[in-house]
Ligand binder design. Structure first.
Ligand code: IMP
Ligand code: MG
Length: 177
């Protein structure tokens, strides 16, 4: 493991404002309907928990675990479902809530799988997006922040399982030994 420091990229206040904006957009899009929010564990948990408290639309929650980076800084690109949903999504309005989209492989796989279960509608909501890193095309409906190609942590997002508890988004900077 290398030595590193963490610099602030997005503050707690900026996140909080953005979460309110996203909730407003979602409320406007789903007037009179119900939504099933699917959180991808573990990174989306803080974002999801703040988002649901801003939503006025009736929501239910479910969670999935898909394979992550492990302790690496690079995506494995081989996405596996480790824990499936508890609920049947047929006929429901589904929004998949993700912490960050990088290559796009994770969400592409998840979306392909969920679409076969015939939801009424399916959309993606991500707090962060690194568009420069995209390897497969996916349509993202709600994006919090587009960020540069840097490894980030905080507000649910980890580096080797650490730093999820930061209230801001930070950039991991390698330090010389
Ligand atoms: P993708 O399949 O390459 O789009 O990867 C998406 C997943 O990779 C996210 O859900 C994160 O768990 C992880 N990830 C991507 N970029 C970062 C980062 O900068 N820091 C921490 N995890 C990341
Ligand atoms: Mg993730």
């Amino acid at each position: 493991m290398f030595k590193y420091s963490i610099g602030t990229l997005i503050s707690k206040e900026e996140i909080s404002e953005k979460v309110k904006e996203l909730a407003l957009q979602i409320d406007n899009d789903y007037k009179g309907e119900e939504i099933l929010l699917i959180g991808l564990l573990r990174g989306s948990v803080l974002f999801l928990s703040d988002l649901v408290r801003e939503l006025k639309t009736e929501v239910t929650l479910d969670f999935m675990i898909v394979s992550s980076y492990g302790n690496e800084l690079e995506s494995s690109r081989d996405v596996k479902i480790k824990k499936d949903l508890e609920e049947d999504i047929r006929g429901k309005n589904v929004i998949v809530v993700e912490d960050i989209i990088d290559t796009g492989h994770t969400l592409k796989k998840v979306l392909e799988m969920l679409k076969t279960r015939e939801p009424k509608s399916i959309k993606i909501c991500t707090l962060l997006d690194k568009p420069e890193r995209r390897e497969v095309e996916i349509e993202v409906d709600y994006t919090g922040f587009k960020i540069p190609d840097e490894f980030v942590v905080g507000y649910g997002i980890d580096f080797a399982q650490k730093h999820r508890n930061l209230s801001y988004i930070g950039i991991v900077k390698k330090e010389e030994e």
